[in-house]
Structures are given as structure tokens and as C-alpha cells.
Write a protein that binds this ligand. Structure first.
Ligand code: ADP
Length: 358
């Protein structure tokens, strides 16, 4: 083969490789970069002058692929850049040291590096857009529900107080009539339950005043756990507490902190199997306090994972839960500029992670 013909053949191989890489990227699964990089690496290997002596190594983020064993330092490389920052590389090795790379081969991998960078940027932008859209929809929904519930709670507060007040007056008047007194007790009990629901609604819609101060939350947490000890015993659920330090200072409304702990632990107990273990971990670093509550219950369904912090979402039987506990917790955490996450444990059960800024 004469040199012109050989050179032409190489250009065709390189162009074919470039075309192949473009189509790999067009059809790539955005969730499986390793597979994409592997296909590209083999395509590059084929596109080079001595495919049998050529090995390709691509690394980006947590992904690394190699077409074979890299035996030499005879290599060329190019960077993969993402949003103007180097975030990986392509390296091509010639395992026979007496062979050389072509100038066009450097251009080829430079080109492919750019294409991969473009592709990764597109994936990142798309992912961000989807996430943002979901967050906005979620926030919109929560705001509307929040406003509605605040209105309803406000409207119900006065009539409820009246029902309770007049029922108590009547009970005093009819003290000797036990049958009526027992009926009145039921009215009072139900009115108190409804008042608690209204209180939670107002909490959720943040109509309750907040009093933040700098406190050591360790005694606070221990006290809450002391109060919950009886419930753990009654429900035959075990618990393990790990508090990293004796002093953890936080700007917090202490009543609301107790409310976070109570709501999360009561749910964990409710969903625990007999003898199940609830783990309570409290950690800190310079900027945050981390509270993690794990149980060994059934965990969260896909629907629960999506709706768990929405008011009125409950899977408990009627009368046992209003579906407000976690939306209250969510409201409190957000009003402390923190974050909360619900997930499934890799083994069994649910885990709730709260992060509160100091
Ligand atoms: P409620 O307890 O009144 O149902 P919550 O807002 O506290 O209201 O909880 C909402 C729902 O989230 C529960 O009904 C349940 O389906 C789910 N959930 C909460 N905590 C857990 C948990 N630890 N394990 C499994 N599911 C849970």
C-alpha cells in the first residue's frame, strides 16, 4: 500500500470512529456513564493506527474504564472538561514502544474529549432542570395546602373552644346525672382531639410563634427520650442512642425540637415489629447538627417516599393518625433553615435524617 493510500485509510478510520462516538453519545443512557465510556474506549482503540497494540483508558468522576492492560508510558492524552473544569481524561497507550502516534490521533481524542464534556454538561443541565421543576411543584403544592389549612384551622379554633367550654359547663351542671356526664365526656374527649389536630395544623402552617435561642440540645434530647421510654417498653420496642458529644449547641426553638424528636420516634415505634430496634444518632460538625432515626419496620413505599411530608398523607387507620406529624416536622425543620430526608434502609425499615444549621 502506498503512503497516500495508507494515510487515507487512517483518516477514514478516524472519521468512522468520530461518527461512532457521536452516535454512542446520542443514544447513551444518561444513568449509565460506565457503559458509554466503555463503548467509546473500544471505538477509539479501533480507530487508531495499531489497534492490537493500543489500549484506551477513560476516567471521569467515579467511572474508570480500560480496554486492556496498560504496559507502557508511551501515551497521549486529553482532558475531559465539564463547565470549564477538568473532570477526567482519555489516555491512549501504545504497548509497543517502537511505535508512534499520528498527529491526527491526538486531534481525534481531543475532539472526543470535547464531545464527552458536552454530553456530560447536557446530562447535568437536564438533571438539574428536572429536579428544580419537581421541587417547585412540591413547594407550590405545600404552599397552597399550607394556606388552606391555616385558614381552616383558624376558622375551627373558636367554635371548637366553644364546644369544649360549654360541654365542660354542662358537665358541672349535670354532675349527678352519670349517663349524661359520660356522654359529655365523649364530647369533651373528641373536642380535645380536634383541638390537637387544629394545633398541629397551625403549627404546620407556621401560625405558631417561634422562640429560638442558643441551647445545648443534649439534655433536651435525653429528656425527650426519658419521656418516650415508657412508650418503648409498652410497645415492646428496643432502642439504642448514640450522641456524639456531651455539648451540642444549636439555635433552636426547644419546644419544636422536642416535637421533631417525638413525631419521628413515635412513628418509628408505631411501625416497628415486636423487639424491633430504633436507633437514634446525633452528630455534629462545625456547621450542622445531624439527627438520624432508623427503625426496622416495613420501610416506605414509593408513594410514601413521594408524599410523606404532605399534610394528610397517612396509611394509619382512621382515628389513629391525621397525617400531620411529618408535615409539622417538615415545617419546623424548614423554618430552622434545615433539611429533612426520608429513605429506606438498605437492610430493612425507614430512616429519617434531619440536618439543622448551627
Ligand atoms: P400519621 O402518623 O398521622 O400517619 P405522619 O405525617 O407522622 O402522620 O406520617 C405519615 C405517614 O408516613 C404514615 O402514615 C406512614 O405511612 C408513613 N411513615 C411515617 N413514618 C414511618 C416509618 N418510620 N416507617 C414507615 N412508614 C412511616
Amino acid at each position: 500500500m502506498n503512503t497516500v493510500e495508507a494515510a487515507l485509510k487512517e483518516r477514514i478510520k478516524e472519521l468512522t470512529c468520530l461518527y461512532e462516538v457521536s452516535s454512542i453519545l446520542v443514544h447513551a443512557d444518561p444513568e449509565d456513564h460506565a457503559k458509554t465510556f466503555e463503548a467509546i474506549a473500544f471505538s477509539i482503540k479501533k480507530g487508531f493506527q495499531y489497534p492490537n497494540e493500543t489500549e484506551v483508558h477513560i476516567e471521569q468522576g467515579t467511572h474508570a474504564v480500560k480496554t486492556g492492560i496498560l504496559k507502557t508510558k508511551n501515551l497521549i492524552g486529553t482532558a475531559i472538561r465539564l463547565f470549564n473544569e477538568t473532570d477526567g481524561f482519555i489516555r491512549v497507550y501504545l504497548n509497543d514502544n517502537s511505535l508512534d502516534f499520528l498527529e491526527e490521533e491526538q486531534q481525534l481524542i481531543d475532539n472526543i474529549g470535547l464531545k464527552i464534556g458536552d454530553f456530560l454538561e447536557r446530562v447535568a443541565i437536564k438533571r438539574n432542570e428536572t429536579l428544580l421543576k419537581q421541587q417547585m411543584q412540591h413547594a407550590d403544592r405545600l404552599t397552597i395546602i399550607g394556606e388552606l389549612t391555616a385558614g381552616i384551622a383558624h376558622e375551627l379554633n373558636t367554635p371548637l373552644a366553644n364546644i369544649l367550654g360549654f360541654a365542660e359547663l354542662l358537665k358541672e351542671d349535670l354532675e349527678n346525672n352519670t349517663a349524661v356526664a359520660s356522654d359529655l365526656d365523649k364530647i369533651i374527649k373528641n373536642a380535645i382531639f380536634s383541638r390537637e389536630v387544629v394545633k398541629k395544623l397551625m403549627f404546620f402552617s407556621r401560625a405558631m410563634p417561634q422562640e429560638k435561642k442558643l441551647v445545648n440540645i443534649v439534655p433536651q434530647i435525653k429528656e425527650a427520650l426519658n419521656l418516650l421510654d415508657a412508650t418503648f417498653r409498652k410497645e415492646n420496642v428496643r432502642y439504642a442512642v448514640a450522641i456524639a458529644d456531651e455539648e451540642m449547641l444549636l439555635h433552636v426553638d426547644t419546644v419544636q425540637l422536642t416535637q421533631i424528636i417525638f413525631n419521628l420516634i413515635i412513628n418509628a415505634i408505631y411501625f416497628s415489629p415486636p423487639e424491633g430496634l430504633v436507633s437514634i444518632n446525633v452528630n455534629q460538625d462545625k456547621a450542622y447538627i445531624y439527627l438520624e432515626i432508623t427503625d426496622e419496620g416495613p420501610g416506605l413505599t414509593d408513594e410514601a417516599l413521594e408524599k410523606i411530608f404532605q399534610p394528610f398523607f397517612t396509611t394509619k387507620p382512621t382515628g389513629e393518625g391525621a397525617g400531620l406529624g411529618l408535615s409539622v416536622v417538615h415545617g419546623i425543620v424548614i423554618s430552622h433553615n434545615g433539611s429533612i430526608e426520608a429513605a429506606n434502609n438498605h437492610q430493612q425499615g425507614a430512616v429519617f435524617k434531619v440536618r439543622l444549621p448551627k
